[in-house]
Design a protein around this ligand. Structure first.
Ligand code: SF4
Length: 118
């Protein structure tokens, strides 16, 4: 069973994500071996984001935990519910964390905490 981390960044144009280096965040988490895979998606709440999510967590994907750093976790739960249901993915395996308006170090810290505590 694998653990993965996705970063979602509101198309990269939202000021909330301008204070951080998204590549450095993902590279730090993967370099420390905290997850099995990482990826960036520009807009998971768009239609193609749904397709991406349901393809990623499809039945055979063997994903134990999917961490998503982006907007508010409660918003994430609502926005991703249909994609997870469509793929037959248990939504309790999704763990969200809000990294808006953080710098690189702050985002890394909250993501690490999420991974260690869930
Ligand atoms: S899922 Fe959240 S972080 Fe991603 S584009 Fe939508 S509102 Fe922005």
């Amino acid at each position: 069973m694998k653990k993965g981390l996705l970063l979602c960044v509101c198309q990269g144009t939202c000021p909330s994500f301008q204070g951080m280096n998204i590549f450095e965040i993902l590279n730090t988490i993967r370099a420390e071996g905290l997850v099995d895979f990482v990826a960036i998606h520009p807009q998971l709440c768009a239609d193609d984001g749904d397709i991406f999510l349901s393809s990623l967590v499809d039945d055979g994907a063997n994903i134990e935990k999917l961490y998503i750093a982006g907007c508010d976790p409660k918003m994430q739960q609502k926005m991703f519910r249909d994609a997870f249901e469509k793929a037959g993915f248990d939504k309790t395996r999704h763990f969200g964390v809000d990294i808006r308006n953080m710098n690189t170090e702050q985002a890394i810290e909250v993501i690490k905490k999420l991974i260690q505590n869930s």
